[in-house]
Write a protein that binds this ligand. Structure first.
Ligand code: ATP
Ligand code: MG
Length: 554
């Protein structure tokens, strides 16, 4: 085991003890998504935990698709999930695995249970089954089909499989205990008829195993030693163990449950995220406002920020809600260390330098990152006409130097990596709007202090008007206006933040950004962190990943 500064979580303790006692020789974990949607930040916690434990104990982690329900599953989701796990930087052991690869084995095991009087074909319909099931305080009733001969159940199961029985007419159920205090043990359904094609097995099957009849056995087939899942499966554990005990499985996995990650101001449920996509509340699964891994990636969040965040979370036996500010801290921290610096003017205001020759151009070198020499330099063109941000100019010359460290008429600012300039005159259009500022440079101030008697109010960003490239900027706010949009009986759709996306067109970016790569992170000086969007139709668009400062009010 490698050394770690992180606190040891309870699952690590269990594994360490299992290794010490000789119970476990090689740790095998798995990440088992159902391909019925894209992965979200909650899944990242499970991925980091499972792959992280395998790494820590020199074991293996499998990637396995739990594809037992053809109704909601799709190869689009399979591909997206693979891409997301890769992006996070994890490598699974061996081939990608699929529950559907084990369908023959599951069927064989179902037959074995019937032969041992531990399963039966039941002809109660869904409504009747509910009535027979009982409640939390009342025992259930035995199905009238419970004691039918094994041969009869085998023959019926065969017909169900062959597709000669209507959907809903029959199920295969385990024969356990209709009076169990745990409702999961009241003769749960093992197989349902679904005359539906599966994304991998095609039309081969007309019956599909229940998730509960598949999940634990998948782990047993693969030799998973520690099956780690979220708390909602605690009550299913006795059932999984019952299968393991009653089937001739090759290995016996142990299940441990931990608390799901919930983040405030967003939702972590594939079903609800799918609804946002299907109903057009967002662009797609990878809309940068989505808490999906593909959305975060498109937004400009780095994989290492996601991993660092997940590693900072407690692995506990209770569910909790984590503050978005905690995630944002890791996003910002990572970008601050790694994002290249560049300049982009969101609300351009033209500045003409009256004492600078019209055709002159100078190229100034600027560091790509103030602390990272390894990222090199970029070259910025300087000419007579520039753009600065409208917010960096005020007509109020009475503003104190301390309050307004930007440009006012008659005073000085430094243009980042270039000259100190003085604003001299405002030019207005026919309706009185400010159209242009006439200004002048202070000579010999590039990379040099101001001469005696001149003091710049502050440093502002700018771009050369002739060299700048036009771009669109997408600014994002939280997707929901409510901290816990889906708690209690709230309808999360009613709490969507109507101002979660603001599109600004006609922004002016420094020329080097014309070649910005999708996936490359930038800090636009004084504005925030951005990354180029590879999906939109406009030629050059940047998504704001996050602002520079934490102005979280939560
Ligand atoms: P959802 O409720 O969003 O559909 P799920 O649990 O149904 O999620 P699965 O595809 O079954 O999604 O999840 C794969 C793995 O990820 C499971 O082991 C599950 O426990 C884990 N997981 C899902 N959501 C979270 C979460 N919010 N926090 C931590 N782990 C999660
Ligand atoms: Mg699930």
């Amino acid at each position: 085991m490698t050394d770690t500064a992180k606190p040891i979580n309870f699952i690590q303790q269990i594994i360490s003890a299992d290794i010490e006692s000789g119970k476990t020789h090689k740790v095998v974990t798995r990440f088992p998504p159902e391909p019925n949607g894209y992965l979200h930040i909650g899944h990242a916690k499970s991925i980091c935990l499972n792959f992280g434990l395998a790494e820590l104990f020199n074991g293996d982690c499998h990637l396995r698709f739990d594809d037992t329900n053809p109704e909601k599953e799709d190869t689009e989701y399979v591909q997206a999930i693979i891409e997301d796990v890769r992006w996070l930087g994890f490598l699974w052991q061996g081939e990608i695995r699929y529950a559907s690869d084990y369908f023959d084995q599951f069927y064989q095991w179902a037959c074995d249970l019937i032969d041992h009087q531990k399963a039966y074909v039941c002809e109660l319909n869904a409504q009747q089954m509910r009535e027979y099931r009982g409640t939390l305080t009342e025992a259930g009733k035995d199905s009238p089909y419970r004691n039918r001969p094994a041969a009869e159940s085998r023959a019926l199961l065969e017909q169900m499989k062959a597709g000669s029985i209507a959907e809903g007419a029959m199920t295969l159920r385990a024969k356990i205990d209709m009076a169990s205090a745990n409702i999961n043990m009241r003769d749960p359904v093992l197989y349902r008829i679904k005359r539906m094609a599966h994304h991998r097995t095609g039309d081969q099957w007309n019956i599909y195993p229940a998730y509960d009849f598949a999940h634990g056995q998948e782990d047993a087939i693969e030799g998973v030693t520690h099956s780690i899942c979220t708390l909602e499966f605690t009550a299913n554990r006795p059932l999984y163990n019952w299968f393991i005990e009653n089937l001739a499985v090759p290995t016996t996995p142990q299940q441990y449950e931990f608390g799901r990650l919930n983040l405030n101001y967003t939702i972590t449920s594939k079903r609800k995220l799918k609804q946002l996509v299907d109903e057009g509340h967002v662009d797609a699964w990878d809309d940068p406002r989505m808490p999906t891994l593909s959305g975060l990636r498109r937004r400009g969040v780095s994989a290492s920020a996601v991993r660092n965040f997940c590693d900072s979370l407690a692995v506990a036996k209770t569910d909790g809600v984590v503050d978005m500010a905690q995630f944002e801290h890791f996003i910002r921290d990572d970008l601050n260390n790694n994002a290249r610096r560049a300049m982009c003017v969101l609300k351009p205001l033209l500045v003409t330098l009256t004492n600078y020759e019209q055709d002159k151009v100078e190229q100034f070198a600027a560091a790509a990152h103030p602390q990272r020499d390894d990222l090199g330099e970029r070259s910025i063109a300087f000419r007579q006409q520039l753009y600065i941000d409208r917010n960096d100019f005020s007509e109020d010359t009475g503003l104190s130097r301390k309050k307004f460290k930007r440009l006012v008429i008659g005073d000085y600012v430094r243009l980042r990596s270039a000259y100190i300039i003085r604003a001299d005159q405002v030019v207005r259009d026919s309706v009185g709007e400010i159209q242009e500022i006439k200004a002048s440079i202070v000579p010999n101030t590039v990379g040099a202090d101001a001469p005696e008697g001149i003091r710049a109010r502050g440093v502002i960003h700018w771009v050369s008007a002739l060299d700048a490239v036009d771009c669109t900027i997408n600014l994002y706010d939280r997707l929901f206006a409510e901290a816990q949009p889906d708690s209690g009986d709230k309808n999360f759709l009613e709490h969507l933040n109507p101002a979660s996306l603001k599109v600004i067109q006609g922004c002016k970016a420094e020329a080097s950004l014309d070649n910005a790569e999708v996936g490359e992170h930038y800090q636009f000086e004084r504005e925030g962190y951005f990354c180029r969007d590879g999906k939109v139709s406009v030629r050059l668009a940047f998504n704001c990943t996050i602002g520079l400062r934490d102005n979280w009010k939560g």
